[in-house]
Design a protein around this ligand. Sequence first.
Ligand code: PMV
Length: 379
Amino acid sequence: MLCGVWKYYLCGMMSEQFFLPKYEPKVPSSQTVIWSAPSNIALVKYWGKKPVQLPANASVSFTLSNCKTITEVTFFAKKLKDDKHSFDVLVDDVSNESFRPKIESFFTKAQEYLPFLSSGHFQIRTTNTFPHSSGIASSASGMAALALCLMSIEKSLDPTMSEDFFLAKASFLARLGSGSACRSIKGSMVAWGSHPAVSNSSDLFGVPLRQPWHEFFLNYQDTILIVEEGQKQVSSTAGHDLMHNHPFAQQRFEQAETNLSDLITAMTQGDLDEFIGIVESEALTLHAMMMTSNPAYVLMQPATLSIITAVWNFRKSTQIPICFTLDAGANVHLLYPKSVKSEVLSFIEQELVAYCQNGRYICDELGEGSIQLNVYPNS
Ligand code: PMV
């Protein structure tokens, strides 16, 4: 039986309107909510978008387990009504003004879907389990955790809200803050963007992929080699913009659509060679798009290329099914089944650590998605 969100989707009624509040405008009571949301790494990349924050092609990602953001939001009802957004942001318990513009822009986009945003003051405390300097983007996990906190507050106004709707709207809102954040809500593999191979898929929010994956993929590992700490030189927002009028944009969007179908087939059948081929091609194509943009730019570093070459040589000589992927930066994600973990960790220690800034790498693996917490860390 079709229920909740999917009933509307399949009837062709799914649009932004679906996420407008159905209840009379109300001010929530003062309350505190806490969510932990993971980072994710795309296998088929989202690169290029349409207004408002809609993907030019469908993408799919692995949800991580250890790299996550924990956010606590305390809502205080305003005494005097006005239409302004009022919030404080504490990052690692220190007031941080640099997050303010992103959150203000997110609140502005989310206002019509969450009218209570202008009816209170929000105290936002947030912390990442990975270091800020690591070069790992926190926008996906950060926006997902914030969206989930706001949804918990909305649920206090509409207690009959279904679990499906809660998760779909959290993903929808997270997307408004940062596109890839919509894939950090629920499930170990999440697709975002309407695609014929993914039932119930939508450009508006991410959906968990529940195929019966081959056992190879059930406990996949992701070891992130930190080639470059700190902020990248060109933001994702600027990079997405350069896909407008890009000479290869159309072919790239079509390639991603095909890669997504082929990846699902490979993962269902346990075809590791095909999986590796698609994942590495997606990573290199993402960077090829940057290198052929106008203006062109390069985010890979010499160490990135040295690692890629070493991975290819190691795979060829050992037949161990390890592959790499890249985000919009110089760091390298190594993906491999858990059964070869000890061999891969020895390889990293012996050959790859030398290319990592300060010898740093982070061991992560497939996770299940966000969880609500009762206590903020160290409080
Ligand atoms: O979510 P954004 O706007 O930071 O863009 C993310 C783009 C990539 O990380 C490069 C690819 C992806 O699909 O996550």
